[in-house]
Design a protein around this ligand. Sequence first.
Ligand SMILES: O=P(O)(O)OC[C@H]1O[C@H](OP(=O)(O)OP(=O)(O)O)[C@H](O)[C@@H]1O
Ligand SMILES: Nc1ncnc2[nH]cnc12
Length: 170
Amino acid sequence: MDYVSLIRDIPNFPKEGIIFKDITPLLANGPALAAAVDDMAAPFKDKNIDLVVGIESRGFIFGPGVARELGCGFAPVRKAGKLPYHTESLTYDLEYGTDTLEIHVDAVVADHRILIVDDLLATGGTAAAAGELIAKIGGIVSGFSFVIELDFLEGREKLGSIPISTLIHY
Ligand SMILES: O=P(O)(O)OC[C@H]1O[C@H](OP(=O)(O)OP(=O)(O)O)[C@H](O)[C@@H]1O
Ligand SMILES: Nc1ncnc2[nH]cnc12
């Protein structure tokens, strides 16, 4: 699938100097969306994943589809103040600022194998924070699956030796 032609560059969004990768053309294309979800799940089909964790907000678009493909459930990692039950929380640096992520304390079963899903890996701060949160509540982070990776930001350096799958590299 030619994903690259379905991702639009938006210069200087949301801040001067950032080239934002807009995935909405890909989302609007039925075959491309289905292929992206399949391709994100494929490397993890035989990895005994127990739960997919998606990161707000664009991880919520792909995560449940990937979970369905893997035959497991889904749990959200959300921005601060959005989750209703008791949470673990972590503040981290973004390509364009800082943010705080939270997860419900009972989101994972102890020692279950977790796949983290998001649309894009940039500096890796978000994915690393999600991984730390899952470890704090007893899960085993067993993979990361992204649509896009911005190689020049070296985000995968923050994710250690855990398997990472990405559909498109820039
Ligand atoms: O690798 P990093 O440098 O941490 O950046 C990647 C994160 O940035 C974007 O989300 P954003 O924080 O813009 O939130 P959104 O999905 O709610 O728009 C993207 O969807 C990732 O979650
Ligand atoms: N350049 C970028 N485009 C889209 N989402 C992002 N998240 C972090 N950096 C981004």
